[in-house]
Design a protein around this ligand. Structure first.
Ligand SMILES: [Zn+2]
Length: 233
């Protein structure tokens, strides 16, 4: 249920019974040779819609840009905004909504850049961040124990949610262990890492079956995080 599909009178009526709003925050970021730049945006929108279906909350228009690794400038089309810009966009739109009667805001993101996450965690009171991928991956994946990037897990989710967008024939694998990637992840090194093709992990081990299991767990996680935040109120 989209906020922007409603008229202003309908939104006013919504506020008599529900003062919560879901905000999907995507990013425009390379996802290896086989996934589209809007991968994380599509996933954020999917889980926002699922949360809306489960709770009756409206979903605000998606923010399509996020904070990305500086080294990703080498991958054409990847687009970043700064932490301050991301914070300002969300602070300004939330301020309007608060004046209109909205009280609680639930940001859904699927993008794990540490500065993106840090920014979204610290917008203001009553703005909650739900990282949709923060589930336990035990027993689901064959070659990874957690989410990496354009990897076994992320590609499985894509194969389940939008298989038509996955360029299966173009998949390549080139892993860099976490410790070697750390300086790039924390924006300390802006060069492209040696041998980096844009994915970390093992996309060739991905499957729609694993994706189905992951998506169900992520959906349950997103909904439980929502209720955890609401109960704190
Ligand atoms: Zn991603």
């Amino acid at each position: 249920m989209k906020l922007s599909d409603r008229t202003y009178k309908e939104v006013k009526d919504y506020l008599y019974t529900n003062k919560n709003l879901i905000i999907p925050v995507g990013t425009c970021e390379q996802h290896g040779p086989h996934l589209p730049l809007n991968n994380d945006t599509l996933c954020a929108e999917y889980f926002a819609e699922e949360l809306s279906n489960a709770t009756g909350c409206l979903v605000a228009p998606t923010i399509n840009y996020g904070v990305n690794l500086p080294c990703d400038i080498s991958f054409t089309g990847t687009t970043t905004i700064s932490k301050d810009t991301l914070k300002n966009i969300i602070t300004e739109i939330v301020d309007w909504w608060k004046k209109q009667g909205f009280e609680n805001f639930f940001i859904i993101t699927f993008h794990g850049d540490p500065f993106h996450i840090d920014t979204l965690c610290n917008i203001s009171e009553n703005v909650y961040l739900i990282e949709a991928y923060e589930i336990d991956y035990t027993g689901i994946l064959d070659k990874q124990s957690t989410m990496r990037h354009a990897c076994e897990a992320e590609t499985s989710v894509a194969l389940w949610l939008y298989p038509e967008k996955v360029r299966t024939m173009l998949m390549e694998e080139s892993d860099i262990v976490f410790d070697d990637f750390r300086e790039y992840l924390f924006h300390e090194n802006c060069e492209k890492p040696d041998g980096y093709i844009g994915c970390l992990g093992y996309p060739k081990s991905a499957s729609a079956e694993k994706g189905k299991i992951l998506v169900e767990k992520m959906k349950d996680w997103v909904i439980s995080e929502y209720y955890k935040a609401i109960l704190k109120e």
